[in-house]
Design a protein around this ligand. Structure first.
Ligand code: ADP
Ligand code: MG
Length: 704
């Protein structure tokens, strides 16, 4: 159960003074909330970090105040100049003074009673705002703060600036945030004392206060000690939670899966090529991992076309050699079918019984598959999300492969894994998107990784060229010549943001254009097509019946047509590097010289220019992934939104990578020494897990 000290933080934001239903709606727009939370809570405000501070600490005399700066002045109200009735445009001026001089406070469109109430004649007031000079007169338009001497505390001398939204004023939010800070608990320390001392970090409570009610300008911002401390708290919670989930996953009764090699030998004999060294190495790692008496969770990372499918087939064969079953799941129908096509000949040669289950298998055929699956008459089941369905029951699933893992959520991976019944299934997830170490760690903690670093022998480099859209007719001319020599072309139509309809329209238009300019068989494939129709089109292209395939980005992942050698991408400037690289990976698989033509519409921004240059310069997926991160920059380095990785609320700070590495080591050490989090520090760490809403992880203790 959530510790009671945390309850004030989990209250709705409306529990704060000054926050009513109307403001709560605005807060919802301004403040990030975790998935599933629909109304902001005090906790969500706690993690709403300032983007800067306004320094109001300069308290000069009126004569010494410097125009253009923010200052706080102590003045006496001497005279009101209300605008003449009927002249709404004239400002309301209030003359104030101290011993050294005079300053006019200026209000446009002011409510008369408001000004009168705030600035009674003859009274002393602290005012804070930007100093201006108007002719000979000092003035301040709309002071940010006007407070009576006895309420001086309400004037934040260092005022945090928060991300806002239309209708939400800084003043209101600052006031709410001060209450938020006041609600922060003072829990027993969970961080290591020596570590805190070395970094010069305050305790949790002090850190919260120093972020939201700063008193020292030097330590504000994401690089300052208080924020860094909170960032580390979040990272430690994340790493601990992952460590716990992983430990419990691995600790579940796994079983060693070892094969005798009889099926693999037959497959290798049937392959028309030799495995690359990378493939052999990855297989060795996978086999060793499967042979351990705990559950495997391994990532196979390899650039497009590096030959992951064969590795998956060989690995699945190990399970079959051991007398069990294997499954492989792809994110789309087309890909699942392609897996079947790739695998079928070798499976036949090796006597493997393979079946396909997608959303399209229905009725009797589906029932047959399920029956054979449960009876153990199917060795390998390929498919899509359809594999998750509850009535899909294996006799004995020992190994599951997930292709293009980034398309699936964590829970989906787990769903497949649990179909392994007694002992669970060992998991291999495969991806062509090079995921930087940093990202992997936030998602899996320490995941075991195998990499395919070489391309299969005989692959030719792809020549990449960028050209302005104005050259399209010349390009079509050249393509016509290439087609006469047997070339095949992918033509990817512009990515149009947030509107599939117009994307389709663009593709149809290009299709008609090319048909007219080139003639002959030109196919069109798009997301709105029925699966069967898509497959038929893909099939026709694959067989060479279609020479040109106009497509929206549905062909992005995995499709393999070795004869295709030209890739044209329209509006290439709209794509991210990783996406361009994926698309380009569709060509250069056969014996023909290959080209990737990136058509752009100018003028190009700097980032787009750099992306296209990078594409011309290199085909190295890892290098491209690094550059991609660099171009996407700071906060987005985490790529959270895009890749389905967890979002951090506080931890996106300078030094992130180093902090994350430290948190990982820290978490590992903690769990090694105190796996039940039962020591005194362990108890505090549980508090930390609740604070960052890692309740799932805490629950694992109770299960244990
Ligand atoms: P990806 O890693 O993108 O999933 P695939 O597994 O689809 O790549 O492999 C792409 C192509 O490379 C397939 O036609 C496959 O048969 C072929 N291939 C795989 N391994 C090798 C190899 N060692 N030598 C030559 N071709 C290979
Ligand atoms: Mg693939």
């Amino acid at each position: 159960m959530r510790p009671p000290e945390l309850l004030p933080l989990f209250a709705p934001a409306e529990a704060l003074k000054g926050i009513g239903p109307r403001l709560a709606v605005l807060l919802k727009k301004a403040v990030r909330m975790p998935p599933g939370i629909t109304a902001p809570r005090v906790l969500d405000l706690l993690w709403h970090m300032p983007t800067g501070v306004i320094d109001r600490r300069a308290e000069p005399s009126v004569a010494a105040a410097v125009p253009g700066t923010i200052a706080t002045l102590k003045v006496r109200v001497v005279k009101h100049f209300a605008p003449p009735r009927g002249n709404a445009k004239a400002p309301y001026k209030v003359r104030c003074e101290d011993e050294t001089g005079r300053i006019d406070l200026v209000f446009f469109h002011a409510e008369r009673s408001f000004v009168e109430r705030q600035l009674p004649m003859g009274e002393l007031r602290y005012i804070s705002g930007r100093i201006e000079r108007y002719g000979e007169t000092m003035q301040m338009a709309h002071p940010d703060y006007i407070v009576a001497p006895e309420a001086r505390d309400e004037l934040p001398m260092l005022e945090p600036v928060y991300p806002l939204t239309a209708g939400l004023s800084s003043k209101v939010l600052v006031k709410a945030m001060r209450q938020v800070a006041d609600r922060a608990p003072s829990p027993a320390e969970w961080q290591d004392a020596a570590w805190l001392k070395r970094r010069g970090w305050p305790d949790f409570h002090a850190a919260v206060l120093r972020v939201h009610r700063p008193t020292d300008a030097a330590d504000t911002g994401p690089g300052g000690a208080p924020w860094q401390r909170l960032a580390y708290d979040e990272l430690l919670a994340n790493q601990l939670a992952l460590g716990l989930v992983r430990e419990s996953y691995k600790a579940q009764r796994g079983r060693p899966v070892r094969g005798d090699g009889r099926i693999r030998t037959k497959i290798v004999a049937a392959l028309p090529f030799a495995l690359t060294n990378s493939q052999t190495q990855a297989l060795k790692e996978i086999a060793a991992d499967m042979g351990e008496p705990r559950r495997m969770l391994r990532l196979l990372q390899g650039d497009v076309g590096s030959g992951k499918t064969v590795v998956a087939l060989m690995a699945m064969s190990i399970a079959v050699e051991a007398g069990a079953q294997a499954a492989m799941m792809a994110p789309t129908e087309v890909l699942a079918r392609q897996h079947l096509e790739t695998i079928q000949p070798f499976a036949d040669a090796a006597g493997l019984r393979v079946a396909l289950l997608t959303g399209r298998e229905k009725g009797k055929p589906r029932a047959d598959i399920l029956e054979r699956l449960a009876a153990g008459d199917i060795d390998i089941l390929l498919g899509t999300h359809a594999l998750f369905q509850e009535d899909v029951v294996f006799r004995d699933l020992a190994f599951a492969v997930i292709d293009e893992q980034h398309r699936f959520g964590v829970h989906q991976r787990l769903a497949l894994q649990t179909k392994g019944g007694d002992g669970g299934a060992n998991m291999l997830v495969m991806t062509a998107t090079p995921i930087p170490r940093t990202l992997l760690m936030t998602h899996y903690g320490d995941l075991d990784v195998s990499k395919l670093t070489e391309k299969p022998a005989g692959r030719k480099p792809v020549t990449t060229k960028t050209l302005p859209i104005e050259s399209i007719e010349r390009l079509i001319e050249r393509i016509r010549a290439q087609l006469a020599e047997g070339a095949q072309v992918y033509w990817v139509c512009p990515l149009i943001e947030s509107s599939e309809k117009s994307e389709l329209a663009a593709a149809e238009e290009r299709h008609a254009h090319l048909k007219q300019a080139i003639g002959g068989e030109i196919g069109l494939i798009h997301g709105a097509m029925a699966a069967a129709e898509k497959d038929a089109t893909m099939e026709a292209f694959s067989k060479g019946d279609l020479k040109v395939l106009v497509a929206t980005t549905v062909i992005e992942v995995g499709v393999n047509v070795p004869n295709a050698n030209i890739m044209v991408i329209e509006h290439a400037e709209r794509y991210g590097l990783a996406q361009l690289h994926q698309l380009r990976g569709r060509v250069g698989r056969g014996s023909r010289e290959s080209f990737c033509m990136l058509l752009y519409a100018g003028p190009l921004g700097n980032t787009a220019r750099e992306r296209l240059d990078m594409m011309e310069r290199t085909e190295d997926g890892f290098e491209i992934a690094e550059k991609d991160l660099e171009l996407r920059g700071g906060g987005e380095v985490l790529g959270a939104r895009q890749s389905g990785m967890p979002e951090f609320r506080v931890a996106e700070v300078p030094g992130f990578t180093e902090l994350l590495a430290a948190a990982r080591d820290d978490a590992r050490l903690i769990l090694a020494k105190d796996p039940g989090l039962s020591s005194a520090r362990g108890q505090s760490l549980r508090f930390l897990l609740y604070l960052f809403e890692c309740d799932e992880a805490v629950r694992l203790f109770r299960a244990a």
